[in-house]
Write a protein that binds this ligand. Structure first.
Ligand code: NA7
Length: 547
């Protein structure tokens, strides 16, 4: 073992570091946390496993990767100069464009100097006696800070399926969330894609254009709508930019954190079938997920209402896909619309009209094994040169569970959450003082515009730290009662909707052994924000500040 006394001074300085706030993650959340907390005079440092900033948008480089929220809205709002200066080339931004934007922000606000790249945080331990967190990294850093922020993302732990033989495959294989920086050339190859969530649906049309043959292994058909993407409309950009502050404020006070149609007033059940058809058609042409889901006020709470929109989309699929059997397989029938993340696509269903694309229904004929040559189902073997796993992530809790997070001599976060995550407002956890999460479980998180949620949480956390410091407190901890009450509220709100009904990653169903607990607050970002604002205004009710 190396003795610190034998190390040169520079090495000691590099290994033992002390900050006011240690941040885990250098994505959209980590970067904004640096900016915001620095303005408060705090010494901060972020630790990022990737070799660059950007988080999700650093790792997910698969062909067709794109955000399904419009560029003008999926961006930071904290600097008006930034939002005025930046030009998005398309209505919906591609991964390279978003990464370019994030890198620009990191440079423009001089954030990079406080990000330690290529460094994975392995553990975080809180010492009750000193009220300090100590973080250890895979590069030997021992970092102490009174406060720690987990800006670890919600979909950042890629997951390979538990199919026997995955490692035996002799061709090339890739996961959508760990895509090689140099890209992948599928030209002339027999390719298999497993998974038809957002990632699969975005990459399939592009891979199909290159591959000799593409086999899509589908277990669950998904609802998807055309994005109608295209070059940025100059007029719309001008209008948006001249109204940015007002529009951002409206977004913060909307259920999804997105400005689109005005809130629905009618029930789908109170209008005629013709009127419904007209409305859905208009929303389909408009091309936003939130537009379709907010066509009527009861789409997410009443199964009959939901069925009308679901059937509209199924009819569209049948109209696009020429082979009726394939069309039927592509029609989602086993879950309500929006109980799994609906997708936005560019020519997804049309892709199945190509001669070089085969849809393999692995619901009726499950994948038995990955073999050295390809994929074997119960009935056939598909020889493949390249296999792509678009099989998703250990969502919401995965990244935090990979870190040994605990208060000294106490249980780890993973042990605390053995029955599912418990949080206060999706921001703090009882028993883990001075630890904050950004868009954590129990907050709207992925059910609202992510950057808006990130900015809101970090502003809230910064204000909370400011409040504690100005009152001379060094310790902030969620009260157990408040945490339990919030957890019950989250479940109650979800139970009043159709959203928890599917086997989705919202309930952890994609990870064998993960407790089935609904992990999002789906009462609307606006309602959530009002609640958190009130908690702060009332002196941080539910938090105990001491020390
Ligand atoms: P998702 O949405 O979790 O999709 C994963 C897909 O992979 C989904 O279709 C799964 O089917 C499928 N899958 C997973 N395991 C298997 C096995 N063993 N066999 C067959 N098919 C399997 O992940 P994405 O990356 O597409 O999207 C994640 C989020 O990123 C997205 O919602 C956006 O917010 C951005 P299943 O549905 O479980 O039957």
């Amino acid at each position: 073992m190396q003795n610190a006394a034998n190390l040169p001074a520079a090495a000691i300085a590099a290994r033992f570091e002390r900050y006011d706030v240690a941040i885990v993650g250098g994505g959209l959340a980590g970067l904004y946390a640096i900016h915001r907390l620095r303005k408060q005079g705090l010494r901060v440092r972020a630790f990022e496993a990737g070799s660059g900033v950007g988080g999700t948008w650093f790792w997910n480089r698969y062909p067709g990767a794109r955000c399904d929220v419009e560029s003008l809205q999926y961006s930071y709002s904290f600097s008006d100069e930034l939002q005025q200066e930046w030009s998005w080339p398309e209505r919906y931004p591609t991964q390279p464009e978003i990464l370019k934007y994030i890198e620009h922000v990191a440079e423009r606000f001089d954030l990079v100097r406080d990000v330690q790249l290529d460094t994975r945080v392995l553990s975080a331990e809180f010492d009750n006696a000193t009220a300090m967190w100590t973080l250890k990294t895979d590069r030997g850093h021992v970092v102490t800070a009174p406060y720690c922020i987990m800006a670890t993302g919600n979909l950042s732990t890629p997951r390979l399926p538990d199919i026997p033989g995955v490692q035996s495959f002799q061709g090339d294989w890739y996961h959508s969330g760990l895509w090689p920086h140099e890209g992948v050339d599928f030209t002339g190859r027999r390719v298999g894609v497993i998974g038809t969530g957002s990632s699969g649906i975005q990459m399939i049309p592009i891979i199909a254009q290159q591959a000799a043959h593409l086999f899509v292994f589908q277990r669950t058909a998904n609802f998807s709508m055309p994005a109608h993407n295209g070059p940025m409309d100059a007029q719309q950009e001008r209008e948006f930019k001249s109204n940015y502050p007002k529009l951002r404020e409206a977004a913060r006070n909307s259920p999804a954190g997105i400005v689109d149609y005005p809130p629905p007033e009618k029930s789908a059940m109170e209008v005629s079938a013709e009127e419904r058809e007209r409305t859905y058609e208009e929303r389909w042409r408009h091309g936003t997920i939130v537009g379709m889901l907010s066509a009527y006020k009861d789409l997410l709470v009443n199964k009959d209402a939901n069925d009308t929109a679901a059937e509209f989309i199924r009819k569209k699929i049948r109209g696009i896909v020429r082979d009726p059997k394939v069309a039927e397989l592509l029609c989602p029938t086993d879950h309500p619309l929006a109980s799994k993340r609906p997708c936005l696509d560019s020519h997804y269903f049309e892709t199945y009209n190509r001669d070089n694309v085969t849809l393999v229904d692995v619901r009726s004929d499950p994948i038995a094994a990955i073999t050295p040559r390809g994929v074997r189902t119960g009935k056939a073997e598909y020889a493949l040169a390249t296999l792509v796993f678009a099989t998703g992530f250990d969502a919401m809790t995965g990244a935090m569970h990979e870190i040994d997070i605990r208060a000294k001599d106490g249980p780890t976060l993973a042990e605390r959450w053995a029955q599912g995550p418990q949080t206060y407002l999706g921001i703090m956890v009882a028993g883990l003082p001075n630890l904050f999460m950004v868009t954590g479980p129990g907050s709207p998180s992925v059910y609202a515009q992510m950057i808006m949620g990130i900015e809101y949480h970090i502003d809230w956390i910064a204000d909370c730290l400011g409040h504690a410091r100005s009152h001379g407190h060094t310790r902030i901890e969620a009260e157990l009662d408040a945490e339990q009450a919030w957890g019950e509220h989250v479940q109650q709100v979800a139970a009043g909707t159709l959203i928890p009904r599917a086997n989705s990653w919202y309930v952890g169903a994609n990870i064998p052994g993960k407790p089935r607990v609904f992990m999002l607050y789906v009462g609307g970002f606006d309602r959530y924000k009002r609640r958190c604002d009130r908690v702060a205004a009332d002196g941080y009710v539910g938090l105990r500040m001491t020390g």
